[in-house]
Design a protein. Structure first.
Length: 449
């Protein structure tokens, strides 16, 4: 999540899972903003030299318009320090097309950003980063992207947290406290009851999943916890096995809850949008919503205070819930052009090493992206990242979205199956289009950490 957006909600409490949304909590007074923030200095210093000799060059194709100025300044600072030229080109619209054209040109960038949608197309050009400094500094190796051969073709620049958003004030009005929702079974009990009393309460259980533009943007994260559970079981047993769909029934139970205890149900769900889902939740018409960091700014602008918001895990099954934390994934992913000139590749790897280990680099990144998955990075300030870190400190496991190997068509087949089942939730429509697509995707999942 971008820090600039997170700061719209400046009155924040440092929350733990048990405390988020607690009654009687008072938000601290907003911090003074007249003095600039001091430059960040990592608590530890790198044990390697990240100031290279002046050879090679770095050319970065940046997809984020909000970060364009930051990258220009950071690149200029690195050039002043090392003599290595750093050129930054920002393409904020239709980035995938621009990247494809750039990689096919004679002056292809040495550094670019892959996405979940484009990683399959750019993987062949991308260097395996497993032995690089930037990979070694990662604290979230579960969030890297792999090609079909298991090479690390992209590493996360920043992270987002995702899970089940809760309006704790509405939950309390419905007669439930937050600490009751500690498992799927309790989530289902509360959601069933709230949905049955929606007319009386004036609000429903779940805001609608947004299916108009294809698969809901959080559904692939939800779907990713079920292969994770199976891989975890195999790893604990000392096995290395493909995913068969052991927890498919749990996936169906969760999807049924989302579409049947919703403020919109049946075929009408196929027409719901992200904006509608956010409007239902932010407007106090739903207690729960699939969500995450990307929603926090919009919810703050709609008037929801941080004290009444909490992000809970995608509860999967009784085998996982006692250890379940939030899900996390990359917000942007760096890839290095393995086909570039050898000196330019070396210069690019050195530049990335400097960015993720130096005070200058980490301070600049943190000024735009809040949750940085690197050993020396400052602590995140965003609400959900802090909640996730608090859960991790209590011994909860991050739930990785283990779709490291993304199908060429993204999640189109799984999304189509879920839409068909949502329109007609029959036995056949779950076991044929949904599970057939899910098992094909799950079979490619492997642990990389």
């Amino acid at each position: 999540m971008k820090r600039s957006l997170a700061l719209l909600l400046a009155a924040a409490l440092l929350l733990t899972l048990a405390g988020c949304g607690g009654k009687g909590a008072e938000a601290p007074a907003p911090a003074e903003t007249s003095a600039p923030a001091p430059a960040y200095t990592p608590a530890e210093t790198p044990t390697f030299d990240v100031t290279p000799a002046a050879s090679g060059q770095v050319t970065f194709l940046n997809p984020d318009g909000e970060a364009g100025e930051m990258w220009q300044e950071l690149g200029a600072g690195y050039t002043a320090l090392t003599g290595v030229p750093v050129t930054v080109t920002t393409v904020a619209e239709d980035y995938e097309s621009a990247l494809a054209q750039a990689l096919a040109s004679s002056d292809a960038p040495t550094l670019y950003c892959a996405s979940l949608a484009s990683v399959g197309e750019v993987a062949a050009a991308s260097l395996d980063l497993r032995d690089s400094v930037v990979y070694g500094e990662l604290t979230a190796a579960d969030c890297v992207l792999l090609d079909g051969e298991g090479r690390v073709v992209a590493v996360p620049m920043a992270l987002e947290c995702r899970g089940i958003l809760v309006n704790t004030a509405l939950l309390s009005q419905a007669g439930y406290e937050l600490d009751y929702i500690d498992s799927f079974s309790h989530l289902r009990i509360a959601a069933n009851d709230i949905h049955a009393r929606a007319a009386e309460l004036g609000f429903d259980a779940f805001a609608p999943v947004a299916l108009e533009d294809g698969m809901d943007r959080y559904a692939h994260d939800l779907a990713g916890i079920y292969p994770y559970m199976e891989l975890r079981d195999a790893k604990r047993g000392g096995l290395d096995t493909a995913v068969s769909g052991k927890y498919a029934d749990d996936f169906q139970d969760m999807w049924d809850l989302l579409i049947k205890d919703s403020s919109v149900t049946g075929a009408a769900l196929l027409k719901t949008t992200v904006e509608q889902s956010l409007s239902e939740f932010a407007g106090g018409r739903a207690v729960f919503m699939l969500g995450g960091d990307a929603d926090l700014a919009a919810l703050g602008e709609a008037g929801l205070a941080e004290e009444q918001l909490c992000l809970l895990p995608f509860y999967g099954s009784l085998d996982l819930e006692k250890d379940a934390g939030l899900s996390r994934r990359g917000a942007w992913y760096w890839s290095v052009n393995g086909g570039a000139d050898e000196a330019d590749v070396a210069a690019t790897l050195d530049f990335l090493a400097w960015v993720v280990t130096s005070g200058e680099g980490l301070s600049a990144l943190h000024g735009v992206y809040d949750y940085l998955p690197y050993r020396l990075a400052p602590a995140p300030e965003g609400l959900f990242a802090r909640q996730g870190e608090a859960m991790a400190a209590e011994g909860k496991d991050w739930l990785p979205a283990v779709f490291h190997v993304i199908p060429q068509d993204g999640h189109a087949a799984l999304g189509a199956g879920l839409r068909r089942y949502t329109n007609d939730p029959s036995y056949y429509n779950w076991h044929s289009p949904v599970l057939e697509a899910a098992r094909q995707e799950w079979a490619a999942c492997r642990f990389v950490f």
